[in-house]
Structures are given as C-alpha cells and as structure tokens.
Ligand binder design. Structure first.
Ligand code: CA
Ligand code: ZN
Length: 311
C-alpha cells in the first residue's frame, strides 16, 4: 500500500511559503485524493447552491514536499493512475465562460459514470460519452508569487489540458525547495476549449510519483503523453498564448532536442499541432504538440539523463 494524501489537505493558491502536508522521496508512489472543483459542495440533495462558499473553488490537494528538489530543478510528475468518483457535475453559470451570451439559465447537471462512460441527460434523450479522466489543476509553487489555483501560468495550475491523463508525465520547473506540488480539479471528460466553463467535474484519486530530471533549460510546463510531447503556454489572450507556445516548442526542439532553427520550424509546420486547451480561465492556455515518432526517428527518445526512469 502506497502513501495516501487525504483531500482535506488543500490549497487555494500556489505560493512559496506554503507549509508542506506530506513529504515523499523521489519515485515514491503517492495517491492523492481530490475534491471536485466546487470542493464537493454541490450534491443532488443540495444542488441549489444556497450557502455555497465561493472562496472554496478549485481546491488542489497538497502541498507535497519532494525530497531533493531544489529551486530551478526540472521535476517530472508521472501520473500513474486516475480514479474518478461515480458521479460528475456540470454547472451552467450565466455571464461566465465562452458561451456566456447564450447561457441564461443557471443549472446544475449530474452525470452518472457507468462503465467508463459519463451519462448526459439531454432534451432529446440520454447520451453515453466515453470518459477521458484528466487533471485540471496541477503544479508547483512559484518562486515569488501567490497564484490562485484557478489560474494557469508557468508554474502549472489550472491549465485544464486534456492531455494530462493517466499514463502521462508533466514536467515543471521548481520554484522552491521541495517543489510544493499539488493537484485537483479532475474532469471525467472534456473537449479542447472548455467553452462552457467546466468539464464533467468530478472528485477522485490521482496516483503520482516525482523525479528530478537532468534537462537544464527545458521549457515547462511540458506534458509527455503516449505519442507526443506538448508544451503548455498560458497568457492573457489566445494570441499571446499561441506566440508563447510557439516560442516554447522552438526552445524545446533547438535547446533540448538539438535541432537547427529552420529544421525545427519545418517540423513544427509539417507535423506540429498548435491547439487550445482552455479559453475560460483567468489566463488562456494553448499547447504545441509534436509527435514522438518524429523525434525518435531523429534519435531523441527521452527528456533528461540516463537515470530518468523510476524503477
Ligand atoms: Ca479547471
Ligand atoms: Zn474543473
């Protein structure tokens, strides 16, 4: 049985002065329980949001102190498993989200999770949607800032990237000793954009392990998911986030992989994909994906030094 961190230990901002609630060694497996983004306050029995505490939104469980992590280190978080609860929640919030001009009725909708499908009731009947459990909020403490857990930025946070799934790894640059890692805001399923302002919000458990990786200058946050690497860029506008994502992928391909600038540019335009993660949080998040096979064929297989794998 590995270590377990209960979901009553949460933060609402990533900041350097946080007091760690648990310490792990590198490669030590830790299961982190997480509340949904409404801090489990909305249930079918209590769905009218009376007494809803808006200061308790986007809780991230942690912070976790990772032994041996120093400021500036690249830390890889392996997401070994994601388990989600049997019921997810969606909220329409008039005036909020990318569909705000269309949404006038505030509704809470519960979706049962049955056989790895989320069951959505619509006016035309029930729909079973295959789940793709993902972690919405994941990050480390920045060096000199306090960033609410609802905001994405260079430290991670509320990036709402649907590539952050079971089997993926996410790379961060530590701002402080121990990293002070936290995560929460699982979605049973969500599409790129998160246009309504939420996914299928769900409580659950995330099993992770952390490792310092020798890859100085790696642009972060960066996610490795099966067949691809993607850099994650957050900025005030989608345009600015796209420019940052382009810059980060160029930096990855020239700095980390070792390609020349024009070769990197040709690869980025031929086989790279610039995609939106979300457009509804305080900063917009965009990712630039590059397929793994392209880099493998050029002799680049992994990020970091020889002892990068946890055995
Ligand atoms: Ca989120
Ligand atoms: Zn969420």
């Amino acid at each position: 049985m590995n270590k377990i961190l209960a979901k009553d230990k949460v933060i609402y901002a990533f900041e350097p002065t946080l007091e760690p609630v648990i310490t792990v060694d590198q490669c030590e497996v830790l299961t982190i329980e997480t509340m949904d983004c409404f801090a489990d306050q909305i249930t079918p029995e209590n769905s009218d949001m009376d007494g809803f505490d808006w200061t308790r939104v986007n809780p991230a469980t942690g912070p976790v102190y990772i032994r041996g992590v120093k400021p500036g280190d690249i830390v890889r978080i392996d997401i070994l498993q994601i388990q989600i609860a049997g019921r997810a929640l969606m909220a329409t919030i008039p005036g909020a989200g990318a569909l705000s001009k269309h949404i006038v009725d505030a509704e809470r909708t519960f979706l049962d999770i049955v056989n790895n499908h989320a069951v959505l009731k619509t006016g035309r009947g029930e729909l079973s949607i295959p789940v793709n459990p993902m972690v919405g909020v994941i990050g480390v403490a920045p060096a000199n800032a306090s960033i609410p857990t609802g905001t994405p930025d260079a430290h991670g946070g509320n990036m709402d990237c649907r590539l952050v799934t079971e089997g993926s790894s996410v790379y961060f640059t530590a701002g402080v000793e121990g990293g002070l890692f936290a995560c929460g805001d699982l979605h049973a399923v969500m599409g790129d954009g998160e246009v309504l302002i939420c996914g299928a919000e769900v409580a659950g458990e995330v099993t992770v392990r952390a490792k310092v990786v020798d890859s100085p200058g790696l642009p972060t946050p960066l996610v490795e998911n099966g067949g691809l690497f993607a850099v994650l860029a957050s900025a005030e506008t989608v345009d600015a986030a796209c420019e940052l994502a382009n810059d980060m992928m160029m930096e990855f391909l020239t700095g980390t992989v070792g390609l020349e600038v024009n070769d990197a540019g040709r690869l980025m335009t031929l086989v790279g994909n610039l995609r939106i993660c979300q457009v509804v949080d305080p900063l917009m998040t965009v990712r630039f994906e590059i397929p793994r096979w392209v880099l493998s064929d050029l002799g680049f297989d992994h990020i970091g030094g020889q002892d990068y794998i946890c055995s």
